[in-house]
Design a protein around this ligand. Structure first.
Ligand code: GLN
Length: 189
């Protein structure tokens, strides 16, 4: 198994460290050739508009969309969730691979970023809570019938799974709870 972390922009480096801590082989992905060499992918947090622009500019949008549609296990965090969603407010293009609607920056500005306790279902085992770092996070406002909600902050879905996609609106790479990345490595191809 070889994991890739999309490294065009944003918080990609910490994902490589976490995957390394879990004993996985992982490398940065910036080109279509590098994407060809991985069999699962992390879409990190950052600025979704900038990532979208760079993905198009570097010829990654088409192959990346195709690979995920074909079932490549994918972990999307924060801006990564915005990229995969089917509807974004304020209006922004998205890949439509994850059946959720999101509102960008819905919890406020950088200063409103926070660490909060997420309530989990039993998918990740015990404990049934997890600390989540929310940095100008998107809010998931609609969830399609095929999408399973694994974690909520208050009432909002913040950790979700749909087939090969695991999506967190927070930053699991910034805490010592490695269960989200472990679940990513366990996703079936
Ligand atoms: N606010 C960013 C966006 O809209 C996401 C922030 C993040 O990834 N931490 O793309």
């Amino acid at each position: 198994m070889h994991c890739g972390v999309l490294a065009l922009q944003g918080a990609w480096h910490a994902h490589l460290s976490v995957l390394g801590r879990l004993g996985a082989t992982a490398s940065a992905v910036r080109t279509p050739d590098e994407l060809d060499n991985v069999d699962r992918l992390v879409l990190p947090g950052g600025e979704s508009s900038a990532m979208l622009y760079l993905m198009r500019h570097d010829g990654l949008q088409e192959p990346l969309t195709r690979r995920i549609r074909e079932g490549m296990p994918t972990l999307a965090t924060c801006a990564g969730v915005i990229l995969l969603s089917r509807n974004v407010l304020p209006d922004q293009p998205c890949l439509g691979l994850l059946d959720v609607a999101v509102e960008r920056n819905a919890y406020g500005r950088q200063i409103a970023s926070t660490v909060a306790t997420i309530k989990l279902d039993d998918s990740l085992g015990s404990p049934a809570t997890m600390e989540g770092v929310f940095i100008r996070a998107p809010r998931v406002t609609e969830v399609g019938p095929q999408v399973k909600v694994i974690g909520r902050w208050k009432e909002d879905p913040v950790l979700l799974q749909s087939n090969c996609i695991l999506a967190a609106t927070f930053h699991p790479e910034l805490t010592d709870d490695l269960r989200v990345h472990r679940a990513f490595l366990d996703l079936k191809e």
